[in-house]
Design a protein around this ligand. Structure first.
Ligand code: SF4
Ligand code: SF4
Length: 171
C-alpha cells in the first residue's frame, strides 16, 4: 500500500508531444476566429437596427394641414401606469384653432425619467396623436431636460415611425 501511495504522489513527467498538440489546438482556434466576420458593433458610430415595435422617445403628431392631432382628452394620462403625462386642455375657438376637436392640449408634458416605455399612452389615444419612436439615447445633464414639453414632442416624426403607422393602417 505505501508503495502505491508513493507512485501516485510522483510528479507527472513532461510530455513534449502532448504540450505541442495543445498549443496547436489553441492556435487553430485563434486562426479560425481571426478570419470570421466581425460581429462587434462600433457603437456609438454604428447602431444596431431597432425592431419595428420598439418604443422609445415619444412624438406628438400633426395632421397634413398642420393642425395638432391631440384633442386634450387626457386618455393617455389616465392609461399611463406611472402618471408621467401631464395634459392641460383648453378650448379651441374660431379665431384660434389648434386641433380639429373642441379642445386641444394647451400643456402636454412627459416626464421621461418616470416613463417605463410601455406604450399604453399610444394604445389609449383615440386619434393616434402620441406615438413612441425608435430613439433610445435619451441621456441628459439635468432633471429639467427630461421633462419633454409639447414643443419638443411636436418635432417632426422620424420616417421609421411614419412607416410603422402606415403599416398599421394598411393591416
Ligand atoms: S410609455 Fe407608458 S410610462 Fe411612458 S408615458 Fe406612455 S404610458 Fe406612460
Ligand atoms: S395624446 Fe391622445 S389620448 Fe393624449 S390627450 Fe391627446 S388626444 Fe387624448
Amino acid at each position: 500500500m505505501p508503495d502505491e501511495e508513493t507512485k501516485n504522489d510522483r510528479p507527472k513527467q513532461p510530455n513534449v508531444a502532448e504540450d505541442v498538440g495543445a498549443l496547436l489546438t489553441g492556435l487553430k482556434t485563434t486562426l479560425a476566429e481571426t478570419f470570421k466576420p466581425v460581429v462587434t458593433t462600433m457603437y456609438p458610430e454604428d447602431k444596431t437596427p431597432r425592431s419595428e415595435r420598439y418604443g422609445g422617445r415619444h412624438y406628438l403628431r400633426r395632421y397634413d394641414d398642420g393642425l395638432e392631432r391631440c384633442i386634450g382628452c387626457e386618455l393617455c394620462a389616465a392609461a399611463c401606469p406611472v402618471g408621467c403625462i401631464l395634459v392641460i386642455a383648453a378650448e379651441n375657438s374660431d379665431e384660434e384653432r389648434v386641433s380639429p376637436g373642441e379642445r386641444y392640449a394647451k400643456t402636454y408634458e412627459i416626464n421621461m425619467l418616470r416613463c417605463i416605455f410601455c406604450g399604453y399612452c399610444e394604445e389609449a389615444c383615440p386619434v393616434q396623436a402620441i406615438v413612441l419612436g425608435p430613439e433610445y439615447e435619451l441621456s441628459d445633464v439635468s432633471r429639467e431636460k427630461f421633462i419633454y414639453t409639447k414643443e419638443r414632442l411636436l418635432e417632426p416624426l422620424p420616417p421609421a415611425v411614419q412607416a410603422r403607422l402606415d403599416g398599421k393602417k394598411a393591416t
